[in-house]
Ligand binder design. Structure first.
Ligand code: CA
Ligand code: CA
Ligand code: CA
Ligand code: CA
Length: 390
């Protein structure tokens, strides 16, 4: 210790004749002395058997999910992960730091129904804390009876899952929050999160009126129950401008709920041909374009230097779907698939920064993009989603 100028901290293990070893002692090196320089000088003492660093281990999470390990789930990869993709969301790098999100954070999926019993989703399906299941009573007084996991505004009932046609909503949900690390299927951006489903898209699409009810339903859960809902995922679009719908998005904004929306799949410039709802100018809207696994703007993706904020993986995205016989997985493409990567990112940031406002979460997402040639002049940020630092 004197030779290295080190201080004694503690005896970690006591030597014994039985195990044929000496005492194991933890030392504190003086400032400025590196471990590499100290170890040989300590080891020159014949009383010392060896010296080595007191390494720091960090909690890490590495996906063992089938579609992750087999190279399919590129949207979750980082350039430092294995498998790797420079154009993935970098979620795997956040996971490797133990950032797999918090189950205290809620997001809303405004879409089709969601197969809430899917084994790779069920653990992350949220419940309405003010409602009691199956009693036929609207316990929380929000106008919806037994709305445990959300509400079906298309069918006006409490079954958010109505069969295999609810594949789009189920797929989107898996990208946000499929259970990671369970050795099966896929992993969402968030391995832990709580997802509520406001179903308004049926077999023939949905209406403005039902979209408004769906948005207000989720806003009300936060306003009256204090539910920690940070964002809604909106992988849908069409129709024209609606003041009433924009007003509903603004009500969500006033409750600090981000409205994350797909830019659309018509290969057009949203600056000159607005696409709703992604083109609403409310500050809580994040409009999302799609990139491929080689960093190109997906051929179908809308874009817009002033109307589309960033891009995320959206081509060839594997996620959860209801199967004909058993719950399953499938690869879909669309800005619908890019958007839930960003919604997952919002939940991840909110997990690491409890109490962050919608504006702070949006600033973090837009401020951390990786500049990307294919997105320069095509998006506000000119970049792609990057959650490695979340
Ligand atoms: Ca209710
Ligand atoms: Ca009830
Ligand atoms: Ca239903
Ligand atoms: Ca899984």
């Amino acid at each position: 210790m004197r030779r290295a100028g080190a201080g004694f901290v503690e005896e970690v293990a006591r030597g014994s004749a039985r195990f044929d070893g000496g005492d194991l002692e933890l030392l504190q090196l003086p400032p400025g002395l590196s471990i590499a320089a100290a170890m040989p000088s300590i080891e020159t003492d014949p009383a010392v058997e060896f010296a080595e660093p007191n390494w720091i281990y960090r909690h890490t999470s590495e996906s063992n999910d089938t579609y992750y390990t087999n190279g399919s789930l590129w949207g979750m990869y980082g350039d430092q992960s294995s498998p790797a993709s420079a154009y993935g969301s970098q979620a795997a790098e956040a996971w490797s730091r133990g950032q797999t999100c918090a189950s205290s954070v809620y997001v809303g999926v405004i879409d089709e129904g969601v197969m809430i019993s899917h084994p790779d989703l069920a653990a992350n399906i949220g419940t309405n804390p003010g409602e009691i299941a199956g009693d036929g009573i609207d316990n929380d007084g929000n106008g919806y009876v037994d709305d445990m996991n959300g509400w079906d505004f298309a069918g006006n009932n409490n079954t958010v899952y109505d069969g295999t046609q609810d594949d789009h909503g189920t797929h989107v949900t898996g990208t946000i929050g499929a259970v990671g690390g369970n050795g099966a299927g896929v992993a969402g951006v968030c391995w832990n999160v709580k997802i509520l489903n406001a179903k308004f898209l049926g077999r023939n699409g949905g209406t403005t009126a039902n979209a408004i009810k769906a948005i207000d339903y989720l806003t009300d859960l936060k306003a009256r129950h204090g539910l920690n809902l940070v964002a809604t995922n909106n992988s849908w679009g069409g129709g024209g401008y609606s003041k009433a719908l924009q007003d509903a998005i603004e009500r969500a904004n006033q409750m600090n709920i981000l409205f994350i929306a797909a830019a659309g799949n018509s290969s057009v410039n949203n600056d000159t041909s607005p696409h709703y709802p992604s083109s609403y100018t409310n500050v809580n809207v994040i409009a999302v374009a799609s990139i491929t696994s080689t960093g190109a703007l997906s051929s179908f993706s809308n874009y817009g230097a002033t109307s589309v904020d960033l891009a995320a993986p959206g081509s060839g995205i594997w996620s959860t779907v209801p199967g004909r016989k058993t719950p399953s997985y499938a690869a879909y493409s669309g800005t619908s698939m890019a958007t839930p990567h960003v919604t997952g990112a919002a939940a991840m940031y909110a997990s690491a920064h409890p109490g962050a406002t919608a504006g702070q979460i949006k600033a973090a997402i837009l401020g951390s993009v990786v500049p990307t040639a294919s997105l320069s002049g095509k998006t506000v940020t000119g970049g792609r989603l990057n959650v490695s630092g979340f």
